[in-house]
Write a protein that binds this ligand. Structure first.
Ligand SMILES: CSCC[C@H](NC=O)C(=O)O
Ligand SMILES: [Zn+2]
Ligand SMILES: [Zn+2]
Length: 420
């Protein structure tokens, strides 16, 4: 039946082994270009970095002067610990309830495939887009996007697409409302290091490396709790506070049986994943890091493994407007509603997506993955998406693509008057 063909195509994509650390992009590229050919979409494979292909598909609009629509997704997925799953993460097993289990079923092979299925249906109904629609399948997102989306966003190829609006990934929603994202927090990956005099494990003295680091961790923990309390009290959403979590601790003097127990080490280090909302007071956070978390007065220093600015080149916080200055937001919301979906108030994405590279250019970019009634399982064991939600999502994209591709005002110029 038609439905089983749709599910089987999704399974085939899920079965491509694009998991890190060694994604097989040859497999995914072959699959996607076969799909593109079956839909008579022009396809191009571009390697900004050798071995990391980006697939660009084009559905030409009747009015190609209008800025185009870019339907963006990444092809790579995070690793999966096979033995901790109920079903093999790359088999795409469908259980009796209709849940499709696979790494990438939520993040975000669902979205990439739903774009294709929606285009297939629209073509079948002879829908003619006014705007050109591009489908982009990019590599490298899960490891930072520098060899995929970033190079693409800065390329001549991209410039020539004259993109007016970008759709990228969002998150599943446990309730019946879809979620959409107009911005995202920026990762600051902080490493703090303490040094101090070594000494006998029995001795109480000031200024050991461990003590110096410990004081920082205590301070960081208090700050973390203050941010988390805002969420717990219902005052702020996940994406609206600064999150900070310890990623590693590195200290101690190794011995054949573990660590030397009666020696206080002369160096100690800890790493933190900090996420900073677009409108955060970054100056005060930087001051906090330098003066409280890694003060030189306590023999400490710090470096960033990653520090993505929350600001654009002109110093303004990066986010996409969702007021009347951005017609793409209202078009999306209405299109989702017309297809029978409900959409929540737009939010700040708590982690990072490739969408940031396009938002940084000033392009309206909305993060959206149509998965309602679904637990958030991205990067988790037993990631799954229910068949019926997947199929519903295709209808949602048909509606969005129809609305976007038919919109014939010069949307890009209407986007944010104070930026022009
Ligand atoms: C700095 S790029 C990191 C990208 C990654 N994205 C999805 O999980 C994240 O950790 O948010
Ligand atoms: Zn993703
Ligand atoms: Zn991811």
């Amino acid at each position: 039946s038609e439905e089983s063909n749709i599910i089987s195509r999704f399974q085939q994509y899920l079965q491509t082994r694009t998991d890190h650390p060694t994604p097989n992009y040859t497999q995914s590229t072959n699959f996607l270009t076969t799909q593109a050919n079956s839909l008579s979409l022009q396809s191009q494979t571009i390697e900004f970095v050798s071995g990391k292909p980006l697939i660009l598909l084009k559905w030409t609009g009747t009015n190609s002067n209008l800025p185009s629509i870019m339907l963006y997704s990444h092809t790579d997925v995070v690793p999966a610990e096979h033995d901790k799953w109920d079903h093999h993460p790359f088999e795409a097993h469908v259980d009796d309830e209709g849940r499709i289990y696979a790494r990438g079923s939520q993040d975000m092979k669902c979205v990439g495939m739903q774009y294709l299925e929606a285009v297939r249906n629209l073509k079948g109904w002879d829908f003619q887009p006014k705007r050109t629609v591009y489908l982009v399948f990019a590599p490298d997102e899960e490891v930072g996007g520098h060899d995929g989306a970033e190079k693409f966003s800065l390329s001549k190829v991209f410039q020539e697409l004259n993109v007016g609006v970008v759709l990228d990934e969002g998150l599943a929603s446990p309730d019946e409302h879809y979620r959409a994202f107009y911005g995202e927090r920026s990762p600051w990956w902080l490493v703090i290091k303490a040094v101090g005099a070594p000494g006998h494990g029995s001795k109480l003295y000031d200024n050991s490396a461990m003590e110096n680091l410990w004081k920082s961790i205590e301070n960081i923990q208090r700050y973390r709790a203050s941010q988390f309390d805002l969420i717990k009290a219902g005052l702020k959403a996940d994406g609206d506070v600064v999150s900070i979590n310890m990623a590693f601790l590195k200290a101690g003097t190794p011995s054949p049986t573990g660590f030397v127990m009666n020696l206080q080490p002369s160096e100690a280090e800890a790493g933190f994943d900090i996420r900073v909302p677009p409108t955060a007071d970054t100056k005060s956070l930087e001051r906090r890091i330098a003066e409280e978390w890694a003060p030189t007065s306590r023999n400490m220093s710090f470096t960033f493994k990653e520090k993505i600015s929350v600001h654009d080149a002109s110093g303004k916080p990066v986010f996409t407007k969702t007021d009347s200055s951005n017609p793409w937001w209202a078009l999306l919301k209405n299109a989702v509603e017309e297809a029978g979906g409900k959409i929540r108030k737009p939010e700040v994405f708590p982690a990072s997506t490739d969408g940031r590279f396009f938002r940084n250019l000033g392009l309206p970019t909305i993060g959206f993955s149509p998965m309602a009634n679904t637990p958030i399982l991205l990067h988790d064991h037993n990631e799954y998406l229910h068949k019926s939600e997947y199929l519903k999502g295709i209808k949602i994209y048909e509606s969005i693509i129809k609305a976007y591709a038919s919109f014939d005002e010069h949307g890009r110029d209407a986007r944010s008057k104070d930026e022009l």
